[in-house]
Design a binder for this molecule. Sequence first.
Ligand code: PEP
Ligand code: MN
Length: 264
Amino acid sequence: LVSRKWRVQPTVLDLGDGVTIGEGTLALCAGPCSIESEAQMEKVMAHLTDHGVRLMRGGVFKPRSSPYSFRGLGMEGLKLFHGMAQARGIKIVTEVMQVSQVEEMHDYVDVFQVGARNTQNFNLLDALGSVDKPVLLKRGISGTIEELLSSAEYVFSGGNEKLILCERGIRTFETASRNTLDLNAVPILKEKSHLPVIVDPSHGIGLRDYVPPMALAAVLAGADGIVYETHETPETAASDGQQTLNFDESARLIRNLRRVFALR
Ligand code: PEP
Ligand code: MN
């Protein structure tokens, strides 16, 4: 069902209030790795609003490699995040980690993110198949393109056709970068599937200085959007500071992304 054989026309998702994701537009989504505080959100939202970015990312349930790392503000943080975003006309993308969270998070999210550690959590995919909110599905850490499409099929066949595919880097033998951003996946996914394809260069390469060039390359490769991490002071971020852009870097990237998109 997610294949071009079933639907030839590219799918464009309408998130309401003039925010769309898919063919013909460049969807920009930025924000911190983790939601940390009201003050932090205030600053990020002001930055996004200043630059016409209508989608904000930020985790409140964080999948961390170590149980001792910051694991997010949970539902309390999500309610605050949602309220502040709604007041500013910003749509939010945030990760759901388990089935039991789908229902409690439902009224407070605009887009459910399925993280790379849960791409093959088939029970979670089943649960998201019966919600009426878009799902941003990340490629698994060691997942093939075909496996990503099969995971998308779970959600779509459950009845939820509001899906976005996200390339976020895969684990390879390379150790010079956090992951290996597989830009090959962009044209391949675009050809195989009618769903929008976005790229996350922050997790894809994991090193701040290299995020902008990879984001620009992703747009030239045909991505329908970019999701990246930004924070007022990346050095103090609760997670993923090493791959997070400060607001100056983010502003420059937004400008360049729009320029490059216009060249396509
Ligand atoms: C994130 O978006 O902060 C995240 C944890 O991403 P991924 O699932 O791609 O590692
Ligand atoms: Mn992160």
